[in-house]
Design a protein around this ligand. Sequence first.
Ligand code: HEM
Length: 367
Amino acid sequence: MASLQHTQPPVFFNTSDNIGNAWMLTGYDDAYFVLRHPEIFTTRGSVGFPRSPDDWFDFIPLEIDPPQHRRYRGIVDPLFSPKAIAKLEASIRALANELIDAFIDRRECEFTRDFGRPLPVSVFLGLMGLPQDMRDTFVDWAVGLLHSQSREVAGNSMRSIAAYLKDVIADKTRHPDDGVISTIVHTRPDGEPLSDKEVFGFVFFLFIGGLDTVFATLNNVFLWLAENPRRRQEIIDRPDHLAAATEELLRVFSVTFAGRLLTQDHELHGVQMKKGDKLTCILPAANYDPAAFEHPQTIDFDRPRKPMLAFAGGVHSCMGAHLARLEMRVCIGEFLRRIPDFRLQDGCRIEYYPGGVVGPKALPLCW
Ligand code: HEM
């Protein structure tokens, strides 16, 4: 991602299979311009999951342009505000310790399976008002949907998730609680409830947006921690500085992109882009833009504060950013407190998943 800054021009056209046939942007200021101008760069239809044209639904709120977008964010923003999220800290800490208890004496773990995936899934289930005994099933669905190279497996996962969520939505309609799903089901933003399709697209998007991103970021960060004992010690020695360290790690290990569609012709750096063209802001590369961050490849926990783009910005800036930051901070803090010295298992080979969220498939650690 960092190398894109000097191997590619700030705007180039990518014809590759994965996120291809789209303009790619690597600059920090260019990304902000795109993210702040939804009238030129719309998110309509930008989520790449297969949906039947006969039974279309929008992924809410990401695929909705302003001003309607505000209507949806207004429903859930209070549940994800810094104040609401801060109340989860003790339970996330307890959960992190419970997971560590299960493997600490073994002196090894597969970080992704034993910690990186179950933790955010449990937090998510709690917030949504879903039963904790669904944890392993949700992990399987998320992996099947987001990382299978087989369209059949991805399609089956998508159908399983859809069927389950539809049942849950029906259940929450009859039995309200204080979870996010129930809030969405029972809200009446204009005096009317949301339609079944709106509720479904909203809840489904939270599942897609809030799990894989946290898994991948945790994996990237813990791979780096395993390989950099001196930097790890630096974090351990400055517990009061953990929030700043987490922010810097989120900058260098950001995992995802922002896809848009042009609503009109637009010129950028002399490049003529046409109405209907696709465009992707490569946010992980923009976070290495030397014009925005001095010596961007240096991981500097004392870097002057400047917004980084891991959570995008502008209209669709990540709704789960406060939650994600808290999960990251607690996971790093608790893991390093309990297991301060760890490394990659001998002979392991780190492989990455192709696709829209960048992170290793598995992370075998020992201590
Ligand atoms: C480290 C973890 C995370 C990262 C890196 C991340 C990244 C992002 C990015 C880049 C966007 C903007 C996409 C775009 O503009 O096209 C976004 C939007 C969003 N994220 Fe996150 N995210 C994370 C965690 C979460 C969590 C935990 C949740 C919720 C449980 C969540 C919910 C959302 C939602 C609902 C949106 C759409 C916001 C809107 O359209 O207004 N994210 N996220």
